[in-house]
Design a protein around this ligand. Structure first.
Ligand SMILES: [Zn+2]
Length: 235
């Protein structure tokens, strides 16, 4: 895929997250590896909202978290992305947001259950990063995040947010949407005494495979792209 297409996809990824309630003013970010240069990442820059980004705003950072191209500054939490990418050559895209239901659910300290289809996505386990609730502003903390994520593709950061990762940007975004909604759905059960019935483990696995099938993830991403419409380019 050419560079412009990848940047465009990163822009849509950011806007989809915003559309689905994962914007946090100017915070929250997405990265994707530069095609043919896996040691470089395209990233949403700091100082603008997820819904504001355009293709010309995309910056490039290296695995040490240094900006190597772009006019806007990088996010100070760049190390979440760089250290996950360094630890996981299989990962092409990383999402980090502060979605309210995931943050609220994470504060309960309860395991995520497969209440609905979304919860089934995380039936292999959902790590919780609890070393700090502060921002991840250096490589050492980024390494700790990557260590907690391990081989999983989704994680709660207690009193902070979420991280999702995948070998393509569509899946990283959809996992972020699934995770926030899974937390929201389980939270809906809490005032009624918690869920009494959840998806059986064998069915959860089947649903996980169905929902994460490349065709489903791609179709869902394209659905959101249609909702957002064409991107305006700077003159
Ligand atoms: Zn954060």
């Amino acid at each position: 895929m050419n560079i412009d297409k990848v940047k465009e996809k990163l822009v849509y990824a950011c806007r989809i997250l915003a559309l689905e309630g994962q914007g946090d003013h100017i915070w929250g970010h997405v990265t994707v590896r530069v095609p043919g240069r896996p040691e470089l990442l395209f990233m949403k820059p700091a100082t603008i909202g997820l819904e504001e980004i355009g293709p010309d705003d995309v910056i490039t950072v290296n695995l040490d978290g240094e900006k190597v191209e772009g006019r806007l500054p990088r996010h100070i939490e760049v190390f979440i992305h760089t250290e996950v990418m360094r630890a996981r050559p299989d990962v092409t895209a990383v999402v980090h947001t502060h979605p309210p239901h995931a943050v609220a659910f994470g504060a309960l300290g309860r395991p995520l259950l497969p209440v609905g289809h979304d919860g089934a996505i995380f039936c292999d386990g959902l790590p919780v990063f609890s070393e700090t609730t502060d921002l991840i502003t250096d490589g050492a903390r980024g390494e700790a995040v990557a260590r907690t994520l391990g081989r999983h593709d989704g994680m709660l950061m207690r009193n902070h947010g979420i991280v999702t990762a995948a070998d393509n940007i569509e899946e990283a975004v959809m996992k972020a949407l699934f995770l926030e909604r899974a937390c929201k759905t389980q939270l809906l059960c809490e005032p009624c005494g918690g869920p009494r019935h959840v998806t059986p483990p064998d069915e959860a696995k089947v649903k996980q495979q169905r929902l994460l099938h490349e065709s489903q993830v791609g179709a869902a991403f394209r659905y959101f792209v249609r909702r957002i419409g064409p991107l305006a380019r700077e003159p």
